[in-house]
Design a protein around this ligand. Structure first.
Ligand code: TYD
Ligand code: MG
Length: 459
């Protein structure tokens, strides 16, 4: 068999070497060498049509001459997934689904494979045996009607393409991209160059045959999809499946989507018989709190570009010692002290003789200043021992003179609060400019000073 030619390139300066090197002789950086294919093996290696359609030469076309019809989308029977994808699966799209181990990626995809009506689906697994997959499929009781799903346990992309040519599936699911390997590259499966090469081959297959391909991707400790960042650039859509493994709720978010909005999210509940769509998401946040307690508020924060609702808890109590204690978990202590000083100086609350403890629920760490107003409300709620309604959400920054300042991406935050079933959101008046608030059903209270918020909340 003819071998393809590959070489190692420094990712930092582009130095080429025939062998892998730990340190680049040109720029002295460590661990920057990555294998790349320079010349692919000829067609006798069954790559995706290695010699075929790709030799076609593209010509420029005038934009008005390009035939366009509204993209036909395949509707899955999973409403949450349809929404996250921007209204269904786009033919020929490459979708990457990332998430921690055990979160339910394989379950979600198998459920999809069994639930795409009237389509022939190929589910390729490099992680589990046919027997294991069958066992899992038997557990999923949500399955209805006829199905045309095939399981293949294979990790070589060349062999997968051979089977695809025989079977001609209408959608392909790969579990997972890190287990695949291509004969063009020598390095082990899961390495940067293998992941990139396998994705490139699948991308070519998806585009040339208009077959949607779903890739499951592992994530690293810091939460990014394992493998090169370039993977996220290559695919059309990146979905993140997240949640706490010890809780039943899972959130599917679009992190990137060429065919829809990147701010959509879908919510599922992991049950004994698979994932159930949660169509009324407020049940998650609200069911955990039966009675209203003082010192708890909810803020709409952003993590990167993704909106998220978090719970802030504050405890204000009379200090037993001369120096009051101030402690914050998941929040900057300096910023907390600043907010306390604002409350003391601008609103006259005597907090300097109080112990103040602050906790961001769920072990999160928050940097977003939009939680300021929620934190202040939690502190005063605990101080006055008056609960804040669990239907209220906050998203505003507080300035040194007690003014309520605008925050970025307010529409996304409002949309998230609305989606999660909140009835009111407190925002800055300055955020109202340029956005159409009428499209939201949630009641929006816009404020300029923190005293106004206290007026509304505590009478
Ligand atoms: P899995 O899909 O294997 O996760 P991933 O592919 O992301 O690693 O999900 C595994 C977990 O889901 C496992 O802990 C068992 C649980 N589970 C259920 O609770 N109900 C079910 O019906 C299924 C199939 C799995
Ligand atoms: Mg899995």
């Amino acid at each position: 068999m003819a071998k393809s030619k590959s070489a190692y390139f420094c990712q930092s300066c582009g130095y080429e070497s025939p062998k892998w090197l730990g340190k680049c002789p040109a720029c002295s950086q460590w661990n920057t060498f990555v294998e790349e294919v320079i010349q692919k093996a000829p067609a006798n290696v069954p790559d995706w049509k290695a010699s075929g359609a790709s030799s076609r030469i593209a010509k420029p076309s005038a934009i008005q001459d390009i035939a366009y019809s509204e993209e036909h989308r395949i509707q899955t029977s999973d409403g949450e997934l349809n929404r996250v994808l921007g209204g269904g699966v786009v033919p020929g799209s490459l979708v990457l689904i990332g998430g921690e181990p055990g979160i339910g990626k394989s379950t979600l995809m198998l459920q999809l494979a069994l639930n795409l009506p009237n389509l022939k689906i190929l589910y390729v697994s490099g992680e589990e045996s046919e027997h294991q997959i069958k066992m899992r499929a038997e557990r999923l009781s949500t399955i209805t009607g006829e199905r045309d799903t095939y399981i293949l346990t294979e990790t070589s992309t060349q062999n997968i393409f051979k089977q695809i040519e025989l079977l001609e599936p209408q959608a392909v699911i790969i579990d997972s991209i890190q287990t695949l390997h291509s004969a063009h590259i020598e390095s082990t499966p899961g390495s940067v160059s293998q992941v990139r090469e396998c994705t490139a081959e699948l991308l070519k297959f998806a585009k040339e045959t208009s077959t949607p391909v779903f890739l499951i991707g592992h994530i690293t400790k810091d939460g990014t999809i394992a493998g090169p960042k370039i993977l996220e650039h290559m695919v059309d859509t990146v979905l993140q499946f997240e949640g706490d493994r010890h809780h039943v709720y899972r959130i599917l978010r679009a992190v990137k989507n060429r065919f829809g909005s990147a701010s959509e999210l879908g919510i599922y509940e992991m049950q004994g018989n698979g994932l159930r769509e949660v169509s009324n998401p407020s049940e998650i946040l609200l069911s955990q709190r039966e009675e209203e307690l003082s010192g708890i508020t909810i803020s709409a924060m952003l993590e990167g570009v993704r909106p998220m609702l978090i719970e802030t808890q504050a405890l204000v109590s009379t200090s037993a010692y001369g120096t009051p204690q101030r402690s914050a978990t998941g929040f900057d202590t300096k910023r907390m002290n600043m907010l306390l000083a604002v409350l003391e100086k601008r609103c006259g609350f005597r907090l300097s003789v109080k112990d103040v403890f602050l906790n961001i629920a769920g072990g999160l760490r928050v940097e977003d200043p939009a939680v300021d107003l929620g934190i202040i409300a939690a502190i005063i709620s605990s101080h006055e021992d008056i609960p804040v309604s669990s239907k209220i959400c906050f998203a505003a920054e507080v300035g040194l003179s007690g003014e309520i300042r605008a925050v970025n991406r307010i529409e996304q935050r409002i949309a998230e609060a609305q989606k999660l079933g909140f009835e009111q959101i407190y925002i800055s008046k300055y955020n109202q400019k340029g956005i159409d608030l009428r499209r939201f059903d949630i009641e929006i209270k816009s404020l300029t000073k923190i005293e106004e918020a206290f007026g509304f909340l505590f009478g």
